[in-house]
Design a protein around this ligand. Structure first.
Ligand code: XMP
Length: 509
């Protein structure tokens, strides 16, 4: 594997994704965390950073110690840090360089530059430049504006040191992936054999070794991650995996029954728990979004815990945690370590003295889908939009009643089916309906109505962190408005949400 040391660049995850797309496994580590050496580490990449290497608090690492063991590639800040640590000079550029540039070279024999065009488009994003390379380092490529676009040092350490001033990981560096391949394959000696099939085989073996003949319990949500994780664990330990699927009364129309049925068809040992009344009871009269979330979270844990304690000798909790949830990244305000842990079911593992089985802990979302496809999970699961844990509760503004849930479920089903029928479902990242606590006057037939409003939401996004409203065709919106008002009793008005995130959020609560 390859280690990527994160110095806080917004592009660090892109380096990891590019490497994995080359079928080579890699992990991101915070730069200041000491490297845990083992034989599987074949090379190290130092990421970019919002810092300047000349800042007093700029994070630094012992590159010489690393190069004593494996080849090291510095990217942007990483390259500047390398130059500075070995006695070179880095200074503020007179012109800051952002965007397109052309790397030029005539080094056909240079391993890092194998198959790279003599003039290759690269993407720059820096305000510092290397003005003097240390002794023993040589320039291997330049651009119009900077003399040191790429450099190497073969004889300073046991392994080569290399640096790129630009970002090979962004798609605008047209041959960036080739550069990474050259470093990984021709310099580090990695094999491109990390495929979904290899991952599945390796993971099943790992789970067997970890769990042995003990039992695992797991909560399923109907979403992609928990489904793929459960199926991997199921493949490894069969009937020793016990799954629980809770109906909190806040799922989409018919979802509980159809998803439970699919799980049974997959051969999963799954128990459906109908807890609708419990959730409705505790949510009665509650309007505050955060209070709703807390109540739903607490009840879910209570129900799940009650179910799992009925099972005998459970030693492990299975979870669909994925890589973006666990990456320890360096924050822009300083090299502090932040870890997100929202997937951890409310501290249950400690409370119930269980170990954790998290087969997707090192995968990105699209990799989870590839693995899911590899193990034959249906596209219906793999292509699903994200759906929030608190479900429809945070799409009913104000207090929740079973009637409101039923109304929203109808409107939502018409909208989601409509998106599918129009071939739009896969074009948007997430879609849903929101029931507004606003009644307005309408006229139906000869009668005056005074009913609720449904807001339609559809967004495009890659990770949900930022999003734009989807520009759905007017004809489609017109049809949805008609269908919902005609078919859902209690609704006489439909509006479309045209807010992006930021400043709005995807959900309304
Ligand atoms: P926002 O509304 O914050 O949503 O733009 C971003 C993504 O997160 C989902 N979301 C949640 N998921 N529990 C969840 O499991 C929650 O409380 C929650 N709130 C928002 C939302 O559906 C979107 O995909």
């Amino acid at each position: 594997k390859i280690l990527i040391l994160d110095f806080g660049s917004q592009y660090t995850q892109l380096i990891a994704r590019s490497i994995r797309e080359l079928n080579i496994y890699c992990e991101i580590k915070p730069c200041l965390q000491p490297v845990q050496w083992d034989d599987t580490i074949k090379g190290i990449i130092l990421s970019g950073s919002p810092f300047s290497v000349n800042d007093a608090q700029a994070p630094s690492v012992d590159i010489a110690a690393m190069a004593a063991k494996v080849p090291v590639l510095g990217v942007c800040y990483g390259a500047q840090l390398m130059a500075k640590n070995f006695g070179g000079e880095v200074a503020k550029s007179t012109i800051r360089e952002y965007g397109r540039a052309f790397m030029e070279h005539d080094n056909r024999e240079e391993k890092l530059l194998y198959d790279i065009s003599p003039r290759s488009q690269v993407w720059m994003s820096h305000s510092d430049s290397i003005v003097k390379l240390p002794a023993g380092f040589e320039v291997i490529a330049t651009t119009d504006t900077i003399p040191v676009a790429a450099f190497k040092a073969d004889k300073i350490a046991a392994n080569p040191l290399l640096g790129l001033q630009f970002h090979p990981e962004v798609t605008h560096s047209l041959e960036g992936k080739l550069l990474l391949r050259n470093f990984l394959v021709h310099i580090c000696g990695c094999k491109q054999d990390w495929t979904p099939a290899a991952f599945v085989q390796e993971t099943i073996e790992k789970i067997r070794n970890q769990v042995g003949d003990k039992k695992v319990v797991m909560a399923l949500s109907g979403g992609v991650d928990s489904t793929v994780a459960a199926e991997l664990i199921h493949k490894a330990i069969g009937k020793n995996l016990y799954c629980v699927f809770v109906d909190n009364g806040l799922l989409r129309k018919d979802e509980y029954a159809t998803v439970l049925d699919s799980y049974k068809h997959m051969g999963l040992n799954v128990k459906g728990v109908n807890a609708q009344e419990l959730f409705y009871g505790e949510l009665k009269g509650v309007s505050d979004p955060e209070t709703k979330r807390k109540i739903i979270g607490r009840l879910f844990i209570e129900v799940f815990q009650q179910e799992s304690t009925q099972l005998q000798d459970i030693s492990f909790l299975g979870q669909g945690t994925i890589y973006p949830d666990v990456i320890e990244s360096v924050s822009v305000n300083g090299p502090s370590v932040t870890i997100k842990s929202h997937h951890n079911v409310g501290g249950l593992p400690e409370k119930m003295k269980m170990g954790l089985v998290e087969p997707l802990r090192f995968l990105f979302k699209d990799e989870v889908r590839r693995v899911g496809r590899e193990i034959g999970i249906s596209e219906v699961f793999l292509g699903r939009h994200p759906f929030p844990g608190p479900g429809l509760a945070i799409r009913i503004l104000g207090d929740i009643t079973p009637d409101k849930v039923a109304m929203l479920q109808e409107a939502d089903a018409i909208y989601i089916d409509g998106l599918r029928d129009a071939g739009l479902y896969d074009k948007v990242w997430q879609a849903g309906t929101i029931l507004l606590p606003v009644q307005s006057v309408g006229v139906m037939g000869d009668e005056r109505t005074y009913e609720f409003t449904i807001a339609l939401r559809a967004v495009t996004s890659t990770d949900g962190m930022t999003a734009d409203w989807a520009h759905l065709p007017y004809e489609f919106l017109a049809k949805m408005s008609n269908d919902i008002i005609n078919r859902v009793k209690g609704i006489n008005r439909v509006v479309y949400d045209i807010s992006s995130k930021p400043p709005a959020t995807i959900e309304w609560e």
